[in-house]
Write a protein that binds this ligand. Sequence first.
Ligand code: GUN
Length: 293
Amino acid sequence: MIIDGKSIAAQIRAEVAAGAAALARSARAPGLAVVLCGDNPASVSYVTAKERACAECGIASFPVRFPAGVSREELLAEIRRLNAADEVDGILVQLPLPGGIDEQEIIRAIAPDKDVDGFHPVSLGSLAIGLPGFVPCTPAGIVELLLRSGFDPAGKHAVVVGRSNIVGKPVATLLARKGRGGDATVTLCHTATKNLAAFTRAADILVVAAGHPGTVGEGMVKKGAVVIDVGVNRIADPSKKSGFRLVGDVDFNAVRSVAAAITPVPGGVGPMTIAMLMKNTLQAAQNHLAAKS
Ligand code: GUN
């Protein structure tokens, strides 16, 4: 079975649109500031997709654009302005930032109640100790994909490949936590793991977020496992108008016949990340309006 992230994400956006419309009737539409520095092609394409999703969901988007040469001070001043802006419920700063800017300093400047990306240390710390807060969108999207496809992680052995702050570590935490979407036994593998295949072959649920094509190939997946491919890698392809095509971290053709279910790239995890950003933005708006009333 191929897990259709595109259609599950469309369903979530429709749910968000209903919630946003209700909020707009009673108070105002949710608002998301989308900050892009420079013109990295992948970032431009992500930001465009996020703004398009806002329009579809009835969320007001506030585009903020800076040249690649933006200074730390300019960026911090803009974040302070957005933190104070009443109509802005969520602030998204597209990563990576241009060289020379300390990403962690910029993320720390975002008010945690507007941190819809879930990257602030307060959000990640809350996730780690089980307090309410925004969950990073890709990890939240992965858990939602599993649940809505009928693969509850409870009691399963989930193996995560990759220990990044925005995917590997938070998805391992989510899968291990008590309650809905969690209760798995989790193994976290990374670049220093010896004999990766021995771990991936033991997985009931395998989440691959290594950032390298071919990280998981032939013979590395147990029969009947569920494989979530988080990789988004651009590979040169002269037959395409753009000159490239996207591949994941998993060798899809080698694995699809062994796995019970697998996400494609594109059309798997990617659309879910954006859908969960919309969901977090609606939640932020609901929180803000409830705090005011
Ligand atoms: N760059 C890669 N993934 C993400 C994401 O989920 N959010 C932001 N802001 N930047 C990213």
